[in-house]
Write a protein of this length. Structure first.
Length: 168
């Protein structure tokens, strides 16, 4: 995904903040309002996902960049072990509900990928990657930012599991 594609996707996510659609009230039902009668609104799901009234949630966004030791670690076996540990760490964090989205950037050096963590603080996100061997070895370096996006991101891993034919 190019940076441009990522920015377009982010803009579409933020588009969820646009004017809600109001549906007509059923007979004998309370009058629908713009703030509560959005078509398809699921109050129970919104609460379960920690959504605010706009369907949004705060996360920590991590940009993964090429680290200072990437070019120095050239042994294929060593790199394979580092990346196996990297993927194992991501899998555990996703299973724990902490990692809601991850993936590589394509042809965007020095940018390598991203993590989006469902945690309150940057410090918590930093703790989650302390055991990632690709980070601790210096193959990757990370930049942390607060991010405000759709609470629906928390469903990505659940949905992805129904699409994934092969393990990574």
């Amino acid at each position: 995904m190019t940076l441009r594609m990522f920015l377009i996707a982010a803009a579409l996510t933020l588009g969820a903040c646009s004017e809600p659609v109001v549906k007509k009230a059923e007979p004998d039902a309370p009058e629908a309002t713009a703030s509560t009668a959005k078509i398809g609104y699921d109050a129970e799901l919104a609460e379960a996902l920690g959504a605010d009234p706009y369907g949004m949630h705060s996360y920590v966004f991590v940009t993964i960049k090429t680290g200072p030791n990437d070019a120095k670690i050239t042994n294929e076996k060593e790199r394979a072990e580092l990346f196996a540990g990297h993927f194992a760490n991501m899998k555990k964090l996703a299973e724990d509900g902490k990692l809601v989205l991850a993936g590589p950037f394509v042809e965007s050096p020095p940018l390598r990928g991203l993590f989006i963590f469902d945690v309150d603080t940057i410090e918590e996100a930093k703790e989650l990657v302390t055991g990632d061997p690709a980070v601790t070895s210096g193959v990757f370096e990370l930049e942390f930012s607060k991010y405000y996006g759709s609470a629906a991101l928390k469903k990505v891993n659940e949905i992805h599991a129904t699409l994934q034919e092969k393990e990574m």
